[in-house]
Design a protein around this ligand. Structure first.
Ligand SMILES: [Zn+2]
Length: 225
């Protein structure tokens, strides 16, 4: 039976397969990201006992929006997406068009993309989601956002950085591969903005939770401008 794991007050991680490969979180009762479409039954099962009241994305990519439509329908909850990704979340063909023209990006698109779903709220800088502040972090996608709680330094970072290699699962900080980011230079600027926050707990789209602030800051500072 999959287990939901508590990481900080009001912050939980759903069980994934393999663990920490494609992450889904609950901030209070807001579901953050929804993995690839194959994970739909697995996610639904974990959420049945404590149904979410809303679903938000860090970004509209196939491995984050795959089960979004099914989950929003199942629990009759609203769908919240960064403003510049909202059209792609509604019409996933746009996700494919915006990905760099590389076979791995196109393969991920084919394998994991789920149906589109109407967006009820377009997230913008400074918005509140379950006590977290929305920060716009474009680059990996135009409308990528992260969720930041300054009180205890929790950062849900999506794919601005990866906490493990997305193919091998071996933990370690990395920039996303260039062929998964339409604008890698812009993404790096977003990473620098986040390192300045000195987060105490970083929750990645891919990779295990990281509680080593220095490691995170040093990694980002060492990236060329
Ligand atoms: Zn991803």
């Amino acid at each position: 039976m999959p287990r939901v794991k508590q990481l900080a007050p009001g912050v939980r991680q759903l069980s994934g397969f393999p663990p920490n490969s494609i992450n889904v979180f609950l901030l209070e009762d807001v579901l953050i990201d929804a993995s690839g479409r194959q994970m739909t039954p697995w996610l639904k099962r974990q959420l049945r006992g404590e149904p979410p009241t809303a679903h938000a994305l860090t970004h509209a990519h196939p491995d984050h929006q795959g089960a979004s439509h099914a989950i929003c329908q199942e629990f009759a909850i609203p769908f919240w997406v960064g403003a510049a990704d909202a059209d792609a979340a509604e019409d996933p063909a746009l996700i494919g068009e915006r990905q760099p023209d590389h076979f791995m990006a196109q393969l991920f698109f084919k394998l994991m993309t789920g149906p589109g779903h109407p967006v009820d709220r377009k997230l913008a800088e400074g918005d509140d989601v379950a006590g977290f502040k929305v920060i716009e972090t474009p680059g990996h996608s135009a409308g990528h956002v992260v969720f930041w709680r300054a009180d205890d330094g929790v950062l849900v970072i999506g794919d601005v950085l990866n906490g493990a290699d997305v193919y091998t699962g071996i933990p370690g900080l990395k920039e996303p591969r260039k062929y998964f980011s339409p604008d890698p230079a812009e993404n790096r600027r977003s990473a620098k903005k986040l390192a300045a926050l000195e987060p105490k707990l970083v929750l990645f789209g891919h990779g295990p939770p990281l509680r080593d602030t220095k490691k995170f800051v040093d990694f980002v500072e060492a990236l060329p401008d």
